[in-house]
Design a protein around this ligand. Structure first.
Ligand SMILES: Nc1nc2c(ncn2[C@@H]2O[C@H](COP(=O)(O)OP(=O)(O)OP(=O)(O)O)[C@@H](O)[C@H]2O)c(=O)[nH]1
Ligand SMILES: [Mg+2]
Length: 329
């Protein structure tokens, strides 16, 4: 079964993904169309619940892709609190979405801790949409259908979406390929986490936040992280800012928001958005294929794997081609 999500009109004008698309709606002065929050909520549930290993993704006008900001970090670092504050800080003049992915138990498929959003103050704000979803069967802490879930925010004409994921060390976990700006949120006592992250997430974070600056050890943690970031490097000329935040210190929240804007401007100046969006599509295809292959292999009996490997692969590929033919006819 495949689910049809609302599509944007147009012919996928990737070439138009220029600096103009980095302007906010407030900057361009165009009015916001009505937000169909209930339709979006239903579509998110529908896409999140899909178990079909094969889905034809919607044709999107990539040039209109909304800006995606990821917040990741260990459990309890204060990601939700920060995202909540950030939404208040950033929503004026924009349509802004918040999507939090909860880790879920692989055994029951249910979210362990349920909805832990600390954003009760947000749903009343016009043009701000908040949703929390369980990660389902995905093994890397992200929802299996995350690319499609995030696309829904583009089809519903959002300017910006903030994604919260629990990061435990691997860049994939952070959803690096799904977002434009990745913010790593750490608590003051994350020394062990930093050790574990050295070869991973620290290298792909665009901004590092040491939260709970009101607690002892935060400053020391920030200077340790600054050192680690300097050692590991970012792989580009972007200088990763390491910022201290405290939920009750409005100026510290504003500083993170400004760093996000700064990173966006830097990307617009130094990188190709078109290339970044195509890389994201590549990642989607890869994830989709991995999922389809895994599902096919799960259906094969043990004897299947006695065949020569080339024959096994040809058999699986033929089955995938049949599936694709069926779904496009
Ligand atoms: N002292 C202090 N506590 C904070 C701060 N920010 C958040 N907290 C507290 O830290 C706890 C965890 O906050 P969350 O925002 O739920 O953290 P999270 O990273 O989203 O947690 P998970 O989604 O469970 O991984 C809560 O009790 C918050 O009130 C802060 O700046 N200072
Ligand atoms: Mg949270």
């Amino acid at each position: 079964m495949s689910v049809h999500v609302p599509m944007s009109t147009g012919s996928g004008a990737m070439g138009a993904a220029t600096a103009a698309s980095t302007k906010t709606r407030a900057a361009t002065g165009s009015p916001l169309p009505p937000l169909e929050a209930r339709a979006l909520g239903r579509a998110l549930t529908q896409v999140a619940d899909m178990t079909d290993p094969f889905r034809m993704p919607p044709e999107l006008e990539l040039a209109n892709a909304c800006w995606r900001i990821g917040f990741t970090g260990p459990p309890g670092a204060g990601k939700s609190s920060l995202v909540g504050r950030m939404a208040v800080e950033r929503h004026p003049g924009k349509r802004l979405g918040v999507l939090a992915i909860d880790p879920s138990s692989p055994v029951t498929g249910g979210a362990i801790l349920g909805d832990r959003l600390r954003m009760d103050h947000l749903p009343g704000i016009e043009h701000v949409f908040v949703r929390s979803l369980a990660a389902r069967s995905s093994t890397d802490g992200l929802a299996d259908n995350l690319p499609d879930l995030l696309d829904l925010f583009t089809t519903h004409r959002f300017d910006e979406v903030m994604l919260e994921t629990v990061g435990v060390g691997q860049p994939e976990v952070a959803g690096r390929s799904h977002v434009d700006t990745l913010v790593l949120v750490l608590p003051p006592d994350a020394g062990d986490v930093i050790q574990a992250m050295k070869a991973g997430i620290l290298e792909v974070a665009d901004i590092v936040v040491v939260n709970k600056a009101d607690l002892p050890g935060a400053r020391r943690m920030a200077s340790n992280v600054t050192e680690s970031v300097r050692e590991s490097g970012h792989g580009s000329s972007w200088t990763v800012p390491v910022l201290l935040t405290c939920q009750d210190d409005a100026a510290s929240i504003t500083a993170v928001s400004q760093a996000i804007d700064h990173h966006r401007s830097w990307l617009a100046e130094h990188t190709s958005r078109e290339a970044a969006l195509l890389l994201r599509e590549r990642h989607r295809t890869l994830r989709q294929l991995e999922r389809m292959v895994r599902t096919e292999l799960d259906q094969r009996p043990g004897e299947f794997f006695q065949m020569p490997v080339a024959q096994q692969m040809a058999n699986v590929c033929a089955a995938l081609v049949r599936q694709l033919d069926r779904s496009s006819s």
